[in-house]
Design a protein around this ligand. Structure first.
Ligand SMILES: Cc1cc2nc3c(=O)[nH]c(=O)nc-3n(C[C@H](O)[C@H](O)[C@H](O)COP(=O)(O)OP(=O)(O)OC[C@H]3O[C@@H](n4cnc5c(N)ncnc54)[C@H](O)[C@@H]3O)c2cc1C
Ligand SMILES: *[C@@H]1O[C@H](CO)[C@@H](O)[C@H](O)[C@H]1NC(C)=O
Ligand SMILES: *[C@@H]1O[C@H](CO)[C@@H](O)[C@H](O)[C@H]1NC(C)=O
Length: 367
């Protein structure tokens, strides 16, 4: 018997999960307030809580180290995502919105997780193309450690539009609807919501980003970046001594390059700050001058402000049987600044969680 799963959320977490659930043979409907659309048409004020359009988005390895439990948990998810991205890129090099390129890192204050990286440990962590940079390749004296590796960037709205199209092409359904609570989904029926043509809902995936209150561990991390027209052949990241970050993420597909970026905890500011733009551009110019145009300047297309859906203790990827047996919710939210680079790993966990619940329903195992 095929079951019907409603996925709440059409960001990178929801769509990736929906695709893998569909592939596993289920009926799947994505229900969301916001859906992917051309980046140029996403509204920076009314859609600021929809984080996926405002991401870079690159894959930047966070080496797992015993001192960082969250990185240890997330690393396998990033490895799974890397291999999915690689095969999507191989089969759809010009349409999926994915670009494989070199990742370069310059750190001013490297922690033990970086200092312990050698070509051998990097290989055991499955970081492909890893090379430690000699000092002669650092941009200046303040940089203490550097490396490069093979990685990828996505153009968020090109990529997610591609995934959503693939989802519908394979039989998935979508419903544009603002929910008051995830539980409301169980009450939606074909009769009351004609576009929900998949029948009653057997399980819900909560990939709502920062959509609903209720989880006191959730907070937002504001990110301001600048979109410039210049292209770059690598995604370059610099950690500054004060803990701030300077980076570029080429979006590809005529989407320009994102220069970033801030990490401002609990900062709900909607408007871009001009002084932040100036600082981001100045810092990146010093780090990677080869990106500049013929006049030694950037061609600024605009500012970007987003809210990373962050969570104390890390992402929540777990199932919950609602009180009184009212239904099953598989949570997949709180991905913070890593939603793209963990997406396929998260989606695989979502499938495992939902199928574990169905097995328990059939009496084959305990939840
Ligand atoms: C400046 C910046 C740079 C970033 N750079 C990177 C990067 O380089 N690499 C990387 O991996 N990540 C990056 N991120 C993080 C990444 O963008 C997020 O982790 C990711 O987009 C989160 O996706 P999500 O699907 O979990 O949530 P969202 O994209 O926020 O999606 C939530 C979905 O839930 C729906 N929803 C919410 N509430 C309701 C409701 N009440 N009813 C119906 N639907 C609802 C929304 O409409 C939406 O469809 C960056 C983020 C920012 C802000
Ligand atoms: C974004 O989310 C916050 C917190 O839930 C809410 O107060 C705000 O109204 C939302 N903004 C928009 C434009 O929906
Ligand atoms: C669903 O996700 C939100 C985060 O968007 C969280 O606050 C909430 O507790 C989750 N669960 C339910 C049942 O709402």
């Amino acid at each position: 018997m095929t079951r019907h799963i409603a996925v709440i959320g059409s960001g990178v977490t929801g769509i990736s999960s929906a695709l893998l659930l569909l592939r596993a043979g289920h009926r799947v409907t994505i229900i969301a307030k916001d859906f992917p659309a051309p980046f140029e048409t996403i509204d920076p004020i009314t859609q600021i809580n929809y984080t996926s359009p405002w991401g870079g988005a690159h894959n930047r390895w966070v080496p797992p180290h015993p001192s960082n439990a969250q990185a240890v948990f997330e690393h396998p998810l990033s490895i799974t995502t890397f291999s999915h991205m690689k095969s999507l890129f191989a089969s759809h090099p010009t349409t999926a919105g994915i670009t494989f390129l070199k990742g370069v890192e310059y750190l001013e204050s490297p922690g033990p997780e970086y200092l312990s990286l050698t070509p051998a440990t990097a290989a055991s962590l499955q970081l492909s193309g890893f090379r430690l940079l000699p000092q002669s390749e650092f941009p200046d004296q303040k940089v203490k450690w550097g490396c490069e590796y093979e990685t990828y960037c996505v153009n968020p709205m090109v990529y997610l539009s591609f995934l959503l199209r693939r989802f519908v092409h394979r039989g998935g359904r979508v419903l544009k609807h603002a929910l008051r609570s995830p539980v409301e989904v169980f009450a939606l029926s074909e009769r009351s919501t004609p576009s929900l043509k998949n029948g009653g809902v057997d399980a819900v995936v909560n990939a709502s980003g920062f959509g609903f209150g209720g989880d006191g561990n959730m907070f937002i991390t504001r990110g301001q970046t600048v979109l410039v027209a210049e292209e770059c052949d690598a995604t370059v990241t610099r950690q500054n001594a004060d803990g701030s970050w300077t980076f570029c993420v080429p979006r590809g597909f005529e989407g320009g390059t994102v220069i970033g970026g801030t990490k401002e905890v609990d900062d709900w500011g909607v408007e871009p700050r001009p002084e932040t733009r100036e600082k981001l551009l100045r810092m990146f110019k010093g780090t990677c001058p080869r990106i500049l145009n013929g006049k030694g300047e950037f061609t600024v297309m605009g500012d970007i402000v987003g809210r990373r859906p962050s969570r104390r203790g890390g992402p929540r990827i777990e199932g919950e049987v609602l009180e009184g047996g009212k239904g099953f919710v598989m949570h997949a939210y709180g991905l913070g600044g890593r939603g793209y680079e963990l997406s396929w790993g998260v989606a695989e966990r979502v499938v495992e969680g939902v199928e574990g619940y169905f097995r328990a329903l059939r009496g084959e195992s305990k939840i």
